[in-house]
Ligand binder design. Structure first.
Ligand code: FE
Ligand code: FE
Ligand code: ZN
Length: 276
């Protein structure tokens, strides 16, 4: 089955997100657990949750992807920012247990001058504090573009984090096509070589979701500016190869292109055409 979805607004609750997801032709979706710039999450509405779970089952919405706020930085130099990040993640993980089997994606963080190794240690330390054996949520490290002191621009860095985590079966990776292309992985001309490398360094069994984006910038630019599908440096042909690739095709694909819902609807129908 082709698992495809857009980014929907969480402001009106879960049922509303589910309805938006279906309206644009998707069978999964991604949402921010709280304001992307951080802060307090809305109180959970149990009635809304129950209604969502029923709707999701009836409409065939599969595994969904929750995205942590951008401000969450588990490897900040500033201890109060690290603590704040852990509190947000702890709260997000507790809430997500109401939707069993959800994926929770976060940006590993920026080490801001402390060096990659210190950053990796902080991130793994935080995960070791937060992960619980009984949780049903899988926590995903997102592949990054390697902008500034961002961790996760190289597959090796993600592997190093996972290696230091005790509950490794709670961890996975989300591959962002804009980010890795900007990070210098040539998924346009050499997709299979990049997937071989991912498999060798991280293990494809750890890959749980794909953020499907075109990029405004050329390969290796380390910029991280998403573009609408077919209007950037990846182009539609490469995107078609990605969604049809044998090693990727069963994963959920989530759009993060600069669009409103109608734009996502157009991209999803275009992708369904491209899907073999
Ligand atoms: Fe992201
Ligand atoms: Fe992304
Ligand atoms: Zn991005």
């Amino acid at each position: 089955m082709f698992k495809i979805g857009g980014f929907v607004s969480a402001s009106k609750g879960y049922l509303h997100m589910g309805k938006d997801a279906v309206m644009i032709g998707g069978n999964t979706f991604q949402f921010f657990t709280r304001n992307p710039r951080g802060g307090k999450a809305k109180d959970l509405d149990m009635e809304d949750l129950r209604a969502y779970l029923e709707f999701a089952q009836a409409e065939g919405i599969g595994t969904i992807l929750a995205h942590a706020p951008y401000t969450l930085n588990l490897c900040s130099k500033d201890e109060s920012i690290r603590e704040f990040g852990k509190e947000m993640m702890k709260d997000d993980l507790a809430r997500l247990e109401n939707i069993p089997g959800t994926l929770y994606n976060f940006h590993p963080g920026s080490h801001v001058g402390q060096g990659v190794e210190v950053g990796i240690d902080y991130i793994a330390e935080a995960l070791n504090e937060l992960l619980r054996p009984e949780q049903t949520t899988t926590v995903l490290l997102e592949t990054m573009a390697g902008k500034g002191s961002e961790i996760g621009g190289r597959f090796e860095e993600l592997r190093a984090i996972i290696d230091k985590v005790k509950l490794q079966d709670k961890m996975g990776v989300c591959l962002d096509t804009c980010h890795i292309y900007d990070g210098g992985y040539d998924i346009v001309e050499h997709l299979d070589d990049v997937l071989d490398e991912f498999d060798r360094v991280i293990g494809l069994c750890r890959l749980k979701a794909v953020h499907l984006n075109d990029s405004m910038n050329p390969m290796g630019s380390h910029k991280d500016r998403h573009q609408k599908l077919g209007e950037g440096s990846l182009g539609l042909e490469a995107i078609g190869r990605i969604i049809n690739n044998d090693r990727l095709r069963d994963l959920p694909f989530l759009l993060e292109t600069p669009n409103e819902l109608d734009g996502y609807a157009r991209e999803i129908s275009m992708l369904k055409e491209l899907r073999k």
